[in-house]
Unconditional design. Structure first.
Length: 349
């Protein structure tokens, strides 16, 4: 096992992480993000009356009620929770619900908002919450790809490595596809396959304005449409290629370590970011620094990086002196890993 450089021996890792890493909020804003602070409290809390009656359901053993809740999709589970104070207490007492509502309320909001909630159970979501790594590349993943409920990292989504998706609202008609009723010829399309109803907003680090869309996986679309429009047509349906589409169907999800009970988000290196900002423009050093500053780490991975990264070690050493550490940090890190969008006219696609 590699040993710490002597000067960093005995320093609590949490302190190193707090001082020399930061969470990239710009990536959170590049995907689907629903922020409703008032509603989040009501997702988390049971009713104010812990002894509220369940009415006729009172006769059922608690284990059986919990089992029923596990079988319900998330949308139905929320409806059940809203029936009475008693049912709110039952749902709030389920560990999978408690942990998800406590640690990933924004994810729950996004799942409900996009209506994908009717395709997955709270057990499915809890499973992804305590899965650590991206299902595609194996790196630490701070996101969930909603059409398939898979843990993923930002880069696999951005580079199109997750299952291919199409937007049912973006069929580009050519001579072979004159009929705008093409999708209507497939009965009950939206009720039959998991569909993410992504909201309008700015994705891809706030550069691309996108209108609301209904997003499904290409595999699901082919499977469902083949019997109705034929194999060839299903595979060659003329959907527009939209690079930002996978980002519209992805949202943030921290990782819960079941053994320690700790929750963690991906972090990036403050030192590497500072190096990027100080590198001469268009130099090899800038390219190098950009690659490193884009990286996202789990806490363990970051500590391993810190041991190798002189820039991060410099940030740490400065924090031990009387120097105003904030003034010595990268501007981007000082802003909380996110530059709010400028009020300029942007085209919406
Ligand atoms: Zn990945
Ligand atoms: Zn670094």
């Amino acid at each position: 096992m590699a040993s710490n450089p002597p000067s960093f021996d005995g320093i609590p890792e949490e302190n190193i992480i707090r001082v020399t890493s930061y969470h990239r909020r710009d990536l959170d804003h590049a995907v689907l993000l629903i922020e409703h602070k008032q509603i989040l409290g009501s997702i988390r809390q049971p009713s104010r009356d812990p002894l509220a009656s369940l009415g006729p359901l009172q006769v059922l053993p608690a284990e059986l009620l919990h089992e029923v809740c596990f079988l319900l999709d998330i949308q139905s589970l929320f409806r059940f929770r809203q029936v009475s104070r008693g049912t709110r207490n039952v749902v709030s007492s389920i560990r999978a619900y408690q942990k998800t509502a406590e640690h990933a309320p924004h994810t729950l909001r996004a799942i409900l908002h996009t209506k994908i909630a009717s395709w997955f159970t709270i057990r499915d979501l809890f499973q992804v919450l305590h899965t650590r790594d991206c299902s595609c590349c194996g790196a630490f993943g701070g996101f969930i790809f909603l059409p398939t409920f898979l843990r993923c990292c930002f880069w696999c989504v951005k580079e199109g490595k997750m299952p291919a998706v199409v937007s049912l609202d973006d069929v580009s008609y050519d001579n072979r596809w004159k009929s705008p009723d093409f999708l209507n010829s497939i009965p009950n399309l939206l009720d039959s396959i998991p569909t993410v109803r992504a909201k309008h907003g700015f994705y891809e680090r706030c550069q691309i304005g996108a209108r609301a869309r209904r997003i499904v996986t290409m595999d699901d679309f082919i499977r469902l449409s083949e019997p109705w429009i034929g194999k060839k047509a299903a595979r060659k349906a003329p959907f527009k290629e939209l690079e930002f589409l996978p980002l519209m169907a992805t949202t943030t999800l921290p990782h819960l370590d079941l053994a320690s009970g700790k929750i963690q988000n991906v972090v990036s290196c403050s030192g590497c970011r500072l190096r990027l900002e100080q590198a001469p423009k268009e130099s090899t050093e800038e390219i190098d620094a950009r690659t490193l500053s884009e990286k996202c780490y789990s806490h363990d991975e970051f500590i391993a990086h810190f041991r190798q990264c002189h820039e991060a070690q410099k940030v740490w050493s400065l924090s031990r002196t009387d120097v105003d550490i904030a003034a010595k940090k990268s501007d981007f890190v000082r802003q909380g890993g996110y530059y709010p969008p400028r009020p300029i006219m942007r085209k919406t696609y």
